[in-house]
Every structure is written in structure tokens, then in C-alpha cells.
Design a protein around this ligand. Structure first.
Ligand code: GLU
Length: 289
């Protein structure tokens, strides 16, 4: 069955409204910020053809990470990862109403992709060789790095060296959790980074450690309470996770990313979300491995 489409004129008007809302400081949630492709055609049997035909897509993302994926008042998440997901959906001809957002915490991203619970994951998801054994990645579309969050009045912790032998909160199944163990810190693990904030406030841990951009979001959300210290001490290239075998879909998403870099949609997505706190940097070229 053919999916329902809004008249193009209405979509264009909604897009213009959304743009002017951004220009006057409006937030990106709620409004239609991407315009679906009019009639994309894909080779039969590809994931792209199947999703386009269904007119719907399920995207895994974070629901508790300000700037990248944070559940908004509408119930849908908002943030840079969410906007990347919307760009991909729009290239499949899928309107925002056709996107089902599924909360994917760090530890369930691979299983969600493997068992088909999501069509793709955009969730501050580092590309690495271990994960590439079980899923595939388009991208990277952003380069983050592991950093440290402490209480605003902490004068003792300035770098990862100061974490050795100390209780530090991070998340199960994440790359920072593994790095903390490697450097000799005492990882205290939970399922989401927002769950690390109470232990930090109470002194049960001395720091929270994960990607700098996640920590920047948590610091901005809780103004004056926390600070990010030191320089990033790892490289975390963010990718879009898809099933291991689906090379066509992965390569197609790389094409979409490159188009969005070229035509300004990537920068627009950044400026409306993470760009409210963090500077824009030119995106890395996708790795077409
Ligand atoms: N980028 C890291 C990872 O993929 C940390 C952030 C996260 O857990 O989402 O494990």
C-alpha cells in the first residue's frame, strides 16, 4: 500500500515555518524540520526500498542526553542525533510522523540492531572494531572524545590521571567504561549517563566520564552544578549502526551524509541542537570500509 503524503506545498510551508522558528530562537522539537523526498526510487529488495514502501522507520536513539537525544515535551526525542535520523528518513520519503523513536541505551544498541527491533541506531554510537564484528556503521558523522565531569567546586581532578583508584560513574556497554578500567579507575556502572548525576552529587563517585559532548549537555542542563575538566583523551567517531550484512544501506547512508554536508542540512541540524552549546566543526568524511 502506498503511504499517505502531505501535499508538497504544505511541507514546504512547514519547513519555512520551522526555519523561521529556529532563526528566532525556537527549539527544534515538534515542528517539521525536514521535508521528505518527493518520490525516491530504490532498487527492489533493498532496505531503502522496503522502508520507503512502508513509509515508516524505527530509529534507536538516546532519550536522556541533552543536545544529542533528549525526550522532549512532545514525547519524541530532540537533538543532533535525532536530526541526523530525520535527514535519513526524509531521503527515504518518510515524514517525521512516520518515524518511531525507540530508546536505545548504550548496552542494547547492538542487540536492537541484530534482532531487528530498530532499522538503525543514531545514538552517540562510537564506531570500533569490536562492534564492527556484530553490526555495521555508516559515518563517522562526528568526532567526540572521552572527557570528565566533576562538581563545579572540585579542584582535585584535572585529567584522567587523577581518576586512578577513584570511583567514577559511566555506563554499561560503553567505550568510556572500558577505558576507565584500562586506566585503573574504579568504574561504577549504570544504564544511562543521567543516572550518574545523583552519585556525583552525593559524592558516591568523584566524576562521571564519557564523551565530551554528552558531558557538555549534562553540564548545560544543570547550570552551575558541574564542570567538564581536562582534554578529551580518546577518539570517539560517531556512526550510524545498521545490520552487519547490509552494505547497501550503509553505503547509501554515507551518500546521504555527504549530501547533507554539502547542502547545509548537517550544519543546520547542528546549529539547531548541539550548536546552541558547542562550536561547529567540519564533519569527518564517511569511512566506506
Ligand atoms: N560513544 C561512546 C559509546 O558509544 C559513549 C557514549 C555512549 O555510551 O552512548 O560507547
Amino acid at each position: 500500500m502506498k503511504r499517505m503524503r502531505l501535499p508538497l506545498i504544505a511541507l514546504a510551508a512547514a519547513g519555512a515555518l520551522a526555519l523561521s522558528a529556529c532563526a528566532t530562537g525556537g527549539t527544534p522539537g515538534g515542528e517539521e524540520t525536514t521535508t521528505p523526498e518527493p518520490e525516491p526510487t530504490f532498487e527492489a529488495g533493498t532496505t531503502m526500498a522496503e522502508l520507503a514502501e512502508a513509509g515508516s522507520i524505527t530509529i534507536g536513539t538516546k532519550f536522556d542526553q541533552p543536545l544529542f537525544g533528549l525526550k522532549g515535551p512532545s514525547g519524541d526525542p530532540e537533538g543532533f542525533d535525532v536530526e541526523i535520523g530525520k535527514i535519513i528518513a526524509s531521503e527515504l520519503g518518510i515524514a517525521e510522523e512516520g518515524i518511531e523513536w525507540k530508546e536505545s541505551v548504550s548496552a542494547n544498541r547492538e542487540p536492537f540492531i541484530q534482532n531487528g527491533e530498530v532499522d538503525l541506531v543514531v545514538a552517540t554510537y562510537t564506531i570500533n572494531d569490536k562492534r564492527k564484528e556484530v553490526v555495521s556503521f555508516a559515518g563517522p558523522y562526528y568526532m567526540a572524545g572521552q572527557s570528565i565531569l566533576v562538581l563545579a567546586d572540585n579542584e582535585d581532578i584535572e585529567s584522567e590521571d587523577d581518576l586512578v583508584g577513584q570511583p567514577v560513574c559511566s555506563v554499561t556497554g560503553s567505550t568510556p567504561a572500558a577505558k576507565l578500567a584500562e586506566i585503573g579507575a574504579e568504574p561504577v556502572l549504570t544504564d544511562t549517563y543521567s543516572n550518574c548525576l545523583e552519585p556525583l552529587r552525593s559524592g558516591a563517585v568523584v566524576a562521571v566520564s564519557t564523551d565530551n559532548v554528552i558531558l557538555a549537555g549534562l553540564a548545560a542542563q544543570n547550570e552551575g552544578e558541574f564542570k567538564v575538566v581536562g582534554e578529551p583523551f580518546t577518539e570517539e567517531p560517531y556512526g550510524i549502526g545498521v545490520t552487519l550484512e547490509d552494505t547497501e544501506f550503509r553505503m547509501w547512508i554515507n551518500d546521504v551524509l555527504e549530501e547533507a554536508y554539502e547542502d547545509g542540512r548537517y550544519e543546520e541540524a547542528w546549529n539547531a541542537t548541539a550548536g546552541t552549546v558547542l562550536p561547529f566543526v567540519d564533519p569527518p568524511a564517511p569511512d566506506r570500509y
